[in-house]
Design a protein around this ligand. Structure first.
Ligand SMILES: C[S@@+](CC[C@H](N)C(=O)[O-])C[C@H]1O[C@@H](n2cnc3c(N)ncnc32)[C@H](O)[C@@H]1O
Length: 279
């Protein structure tokens, strides 16, 4: 029987541990106080881009000892807690990682290198973001652990040599077929969030097809998609079932928002799950 998680509703959910409540944040950083929406209980005004940038800056600093300069105008604002929990569910310490689409903050790469001692290869398509990502890596003294590579619009094939391989391939990929994200959160560059396909699944399916060849055994290919992208989730699961991949899905719950983490396992050396005509 093929799995149909999004119809069965049988996905395990993990609440993201928030050990950095707003009350603690404002005590440590009174400059956050003007950005509160309510004082009692203290809540950050999540409709203010400036507020979110400052709050997430302090989370990265206080929880993970990272000094991240976020891109102020365009890029989506990355929440460090969600990305850390994603990594915690997927990667193991001292591994090699390929991250697709690291963004201007390089947050996933920085967390993987600093918290999990990973050796990271991080790709990005946007030249402006690549410059900022490299600055973030240098200012955290992690240049020896993270390389940033310009993907030039490719995903993996044509970027890396055929003998390149890693333990984990991970991504917070572009997943929308059209932009639905509020403007204050996301400022403008379509390649950040838009993927083609009937429901925005094309990028992710191509990532699975290409990534498979570059995974060590054992290895895991993993990505994260919001629950609101129901059609994308169903299309990806259908692809995985049709091609007999072995995988798990878990949900990460942050506030009232759920994101699903797909973990696809490469367990055998001679893995010919993907037929040549599909590639
Ligand atoms: C949803 S954002 C994730 C950014 C960051 N990793 C994070 O978690 O906040 C997706 C990123 O993928 C990048 N991207 C889109 N197409 C790409 C490609 N073909 N190769 C590499 N990066 C790409 C976008 O520019 C964007 O920075």
């Amino acid at each position: 029987m093929k799995k149909k998680h999004f119809e069965d509703k049988g996905i395990p959910l993990f609440q993201i541990q928030n050990n950095y409540p707003t009350s603690k944040a404002i005590q440590l950083h009174p400059d956050l106080i003007p950005y509160l929406k309510t004082i009692n209980p203290p809540r950050i005004n999540k409709e203010s881009r400036e507020a979110l940038l400052l709050y997430n800056y302090y989370i990265a600093q206080d929880l993970y000892d990272l000094n991240i300069t976020f891109e102020k105008n365009n890029a989506i604002i990355p929440t460090p807690l969600l990305r850390y929990n994603f990594l915690q569910q997927v990667i193991t310490k001292n591994s090699t990682i390929l991250e697709i689409g690291t963004g201007a903050s390089a947050i996933i790469a920085l967390l993987a290198a600093s918290q999990f001692n990973a050796q990271v290869y991080a790709t990005e398509i946007d030249e402006e973001y690549i410059i900022l990502a490299k600055e973030n890596i240098a200012q955290n003294k992690l240049s020896e652990k993270i390389s940033v590579i310009n993907s030039k619009g490719k995903i993996i094939d044509g970027i890396f040599q055929s003998d390149f391989s890693v333990d984990f391939i991970i991504s917070n990929p572009p997943y929308y077929d059209k932009i639905l994200s509020p403007k204050f959160l996301w400022g403008g560059k379509s390649h950040e969030l838009i993927s083609e396909g009937k429901s925005g699944e094309k990028f992710i399916i191509q990532l699975i097809k290409e990534g498979w060849k570059y995974l060590n055994v054992p290895g895991i290919l993993s990505f994260i998609i919001p629950k609101t992208r129901h059609d994308t989730l169903v299309a990806i699961e259908q692809f995985l079932n049709e091609n007999e991949f072995e995988y798990d899905i878990i949900g990460l719950l942050a506030g009232n928002r759920t994101r699903y983490v797909f973990k696809i396992y490469k367990k055998y050396m001679k893995d010919e799950l993907i037929s040549s005509e599909m590639i």
